[in-house]
Design a protein around this ligand. Structure first.
Ligand code: NIG
Ligand code: FE
Length: 426
């Protein structure tokens, strides 16, 4: 990290605003979730890929004392700086698409019906198995580029479209090579060559887990009718925990099957979806250390009810928001769009939405001390918004809001550079 930046300093100056979650005690909840520090006419200074200081321009001179070396300056006039966004829930490792199903759903077919007819997740499993490792790695890199230009500087991605040994391991390698946190979603669906979920889990835990545990940081399971039941999810997660993986669950997406009590029982990092969570689940989650990851793009893409975000937040639960980027239930890689949905559909404030896709998402990935805030010592992952008020991140629905992306103190994408490439000699 610091060797990549090579001792260089980066100064972003004259920013209209700099906005960052104020609290560092992740996961943030209650009042702390809504506490965003806003500095007007601001600078941020980075050195060796780390943020060294930020504040109002009038304090810049003092901040420079004691720093030396090459200096790159970015003009922040008319722009806002926010922390690089953290997407803690994606299924970015897939081949093919489901655009035909997308059209069929518009004419009346339901997501569950398509799944039951051998489409849905299993359609993507077929495409992913036949892609080959090189094409799969290309796909993850392409998806990673889409996320970056939407402002995501840290991302998680799950396997789960292989469901055989070779493709699951290839998926985890491809995610790591693209710079993502890899999650083994070995229990996503029961592949057709297995008669039932228990027989498939026998195979997955014996033949895939030992190697998956060397590549992945986390394990995930789809706890749902027609996927894995609570006993199967417990068995899978216990084995993954014993192999050293942190635990997450897809739970309460369509029906409540006990995902929240199981997540609490096993000390999981998160339980994700929660569209079907009722009052008892809200109370239990709020009293626990498990983060509720809300995926409003998935709910809107499938025209499903939104998760009870306001009730969760009011009860004191720690929440994060994420894209759930995948070809079937959420073909959306933009956390800016998700932030907008978080405000209009989940009724979070822009500040709560920002905390939910920065600090709290970083907590879910186990990196809250390193990314997700603009703070001294944190990784210099910063997004410059093309707006003079940081709340445009959520306000400008589907807008071309990201001007520049900085990762580890280096510009990794800018709209200006992309345009000059487009207009340059071929
Ligand atoms: O989070 N619910 C399970 N898995 C994904 C969808 C996967 C797909 O449709 O391909 C989700 O929505
Ligand atoms: Fe998901």
């Amino acid at each position: 990290m610091s060797d990549r930046a090579g001792g260089r300093r980066l100064l972003v100056r004259d920013l209209a605003q700099l906005a960052t979650p104020a609290g560092s005690e992740a996961p943030l909840r209650g009042d702390a979730l809504a506490a965003v520090e806003v500095v007007r006419d601001a600078y941020v200074l980075c050195e060796d890929g780390r943020i060294t200081s930020f504040g109002p321009m009038r304090e810049l001179h003092a901040a420079f004392q004691g720093t030396a070396g090459e200096l790159e300056e970015l003009d922040g006039r008319g722009l806002c700086a926010v922390p690089g966004l953290v997407d803690c829930h994606t299924h970015a490792c897939f081949a093919g698409d489901r655009v035909d199903e997308f059209e069929l759903r518009a004419t009346g077919a339901s997501y569950e019906e398509l799944h039951a007819a051998g489409g849905g997740i299993l359609a993507t499993v077929r495409a992913t198995r036949s892609a080959g490792e090189a094409n799969l790695a290309d796909a993850v890199r392409r998806h990673r580029r889409w996320m970056r230009r939407a402002g995501t500087t840290t991302f998680e991605a799950k396997s789960g479209y292989g469901l055989d040994r070779e493709t699951e391991l290839a998926s985890l390698r491809a995610i790591r090579e693209a710079g993502g946190t890899a999650t083994w979603l070995g229990a996503h669906a029961v592949p057709p060559e297995f008669g039932d979920a228990d027989a498939y889990l026998d195979f997955a835990l014996a033949e895939v887990l030992p190697d998956a545990a060397l590549l992945a940081a986390t394990a995930d399971v789809f706890l749902e009718e027609d996927a894995f039941n609570v006993d199967q999810a417990r068995r899978y997660l216990n084995a993954c925990h014993a192999a050293g993986l942190a635990l997450r669950l897809h739970g309460d997406q369509f029906t409540e099957q006990g995902a929240i009590p199981l997540a609490i029982e096993l000390g999981a990092r998160s339980v994700d979806h929660l569209e079907a969570t009722g009052e008892d689940g809200i109370r239990m989650l709020a009293a626990s250390d498990v983060v509720g990851v809300l995926l409003p793009a998935s709910a809107i893409f499938l025209d499903r009810p939104m998760p009870p975000a306001r009730a969760l937040v009011d009860a004191g639960a720690a929440i994060a928001i994420a894209t759930d980027f995948n070809p079937g239930s959420s073909f959306c890689e933009s956390l800016a769009v998700v932030s907008s949905l978080a405000v209009t559909q989940l009724r979070l404030t822009p500040a709560q939405a920002l905390s939910a896709c920065t600090v709290n998402a970083a907590f879910v990935l186990g990196v809250a001390g390193d990314v997700g805030r603009i703070a001294s010592g944190y990784s210099a992952d910063i997004v410059l918004l093309d707006a003079t008020d940081w709340r445009y991140l959520a306000y400008h629905l589907g807008g071309d809001i990201v001007a520049t992306v900085i990762e580890r103190g280096q510009v990794t994408w800018s709209r200006a550079a992309e345009r000059s490439q487009e207009n340059g000699p071929r």
